[in-house]
Design a protein around this ligand. Structure first.
Ligand code: CO
Length: 459
């Protein structure tokens, strides 16, 4: 049996441990070495990397991608895309989604992992279609959660629909790190039984301590690819360690097309960088530790800390237990959305509000209203009809895909930006993060002017 690895140090590990603050100068040197390791793919773009480049690092995210591409000609480059939301949380019109996918591939991406927070496949369809048209690999990802409607049968059905749609691989995406070894084994077995030829990937986080065990059980059940992070950037809120999982699986007799010596070289390179971030406080020791609260309370760690912060701000931390009892009830009323951003915030805030006002749904946020209106997509289960009536009144929820209601935006924005945007990539940066991109363009222009002045003096 063969097992492949996706290395996440440049994207998810970077995002989960140090809020995606690693600038390219820190890792440029190691790129040719990463290229020699033999990873199935290098996850290096998408997710929060794009926003972080523009907002905090004064880096052009497209330039970063091209740099990685040039330095890693032999390894597949992978990105994470939130379907119709691209890299954020709002829905974009189809022309923008298509252009974004097309240019991501043109600038160097080989694999696009595409997911929707509600697993509403209508929200990934356009991105999948364009990925295939652009000649890249479309990987459909399931947002993993547990609930009475998230059964093995329903997950298998989802995978079959993804295959039908053209997805060439499927990923079980456990963003909260809550999947247990048994759940992993059962889910991987069920999917592999139904779709034996579909390459299957497990993506999880070490947050609750389950991940190392789950990864082994996944492989035992026939999982083809696993996501890991070089050991000094592994564990805690990040992925399980690449070298550890490699050694464990290799001893069990699995064939892994990876050069173990290179893995050490990679880790030796990143260790002092990790230590720097620990010393500066950007990397908090807590992020690297195991936290089982998510298992106890059945809510992801990030959601729990948000809930506590919200109650604390209202001087009501003593109501935490009530809020935690209310949380699954709100989730049930909303049709069991996976507790990932932005649904985790929505459910948490509503539960706290229900408790603090003393009357359920006396106040409802505009996000919950939009959700009940169908703007995020179709809920996995049945939404409480009384709640829907109470919040929407006579307004009917939409049944179409929200993006069907949006006007094309790309050409209009390009015309509006004029000279400010130097290329179509700039236009997309602007559409994704308008204010942040504008500031970035301005800083870039100033820098170029300074370089021009300097050159004249030198001459
Ligand atoms: Co992740």
């Amino acid at each position: 049996m063969k097992v492949n690895f996706t290395e996440t140090v440049l994207r998810d590990a970077n995002q989960s441990l140090i809020a995606t603050r690693m600038p390219i100068e820190k890792f440029r040197e190691i790129l040719p070495v990463l290229d020699k390791a033999g990873y199935y793919s290098l996850e290096c773009w998408g997710g929060a990397t794009f926003d972080s480049c523009l907002r905090y690092l004064n880096e052009d995210p497209w330039e970063r991608l091209r740099t990685i591409r040039a330095a890693c000609p032999n390894t597949k480059l992978q990105m994470l895309l939130r379907g119709q939301n691209l890299l954020g949380y709002k829905h974009y019109p189809d022309d923008v989604v298509r252009k974004f996918v097309e240019l991501s591939v043109k600038n160097g991406i080989d694999i696009i992992r595409i997911f929707d927070a509600l697993n509403d496949l209508r929200n990934i369809q356009v991105a999948v279609d364009q990925t295939l048209k652009s000649g890249a690999i479309a990987s459909g990802a399931i947002s993993y959660t547990t609930s009475p409607v998230h059964t093995l049968e329903n997950y298998v059905k989802l995978c079959k629909e993804m295959k039908e749609m053209g997805c060439q691989t499927i990923c079980i995406k456990d963003m909260a790190g809550v999947i247990t070894p048994k759940e992993t084994y059962d889910l991987v077995s069920a999917i592999k039984n139904a779709l034996p030829d579909m390459p299957l990937i497990l993506h999880t986080h070490c947050t609750t301590g389950m991940a190392f065990m789950s990864v082994i059980k996944a492989v035992e059940a026939g999982c083809d690819i696993i996501d890991t992070a070089t050991s000094c950037f592994s564990g805690g809120t990040s992925q399980p360690a690449t070298e550890t999982v490699y050694d464990a699986l290799e001893q069990m007799g699995y064939q892994i097309p990876i050069n173990r010596k290179v893995l050490k070289e990679v880790n030796d390179f990143f260790k002092p960088i990790r230590d720097e971030y620990l010393a500066s406080g950007l990397l908090k020791p807590k992020a690297m530790a195991t936290d089982t609260d998510a298992l106890t309370y059945k809510v992801p760690g990030g959601m729990l800390s948000n809930l506590m912060a919200q109650l604390e701000a209202m001087n009501a931390l003593d109501r935490l237990d009530e809020a935690l009892i209310e949380t699954p009830k709100v989730r049930e009323d909303l049709g069991y959305p996976p507790l990932v951003t932005p649904m985790s915030q929505m459910v948490g805030v509503q539960a706290a509000t229900n408790v603090l006002t003393g009357e359920r749904y006396k106040n409802v946020s505009k996000e919950v209203k939009a959700y009940l209106h169908g703007e995020y997509g179709k809920a996995p289960g049945k939404v409480n009809p009384e709640l829907q009536k109470k919040v929407l009144g006579d307004e009917k929820p939409i049944t179409c895909r929200y993006a069907d209601l949006l006007e094309p935006e790309f050409e209009k924005t390009k015309a509006k930006l004029g000279d400010i945007a130097k290329c179509d990539e700039d236009v997309l940066s602007y559409i994704a993060f308008p204010q942040v991109a504008e500031k970035f363009f301005e800083a870039r222009r100033e820098k170029e002017e300074n370089v021009a002045k300097y050159t004249i003096v030198e001459a």
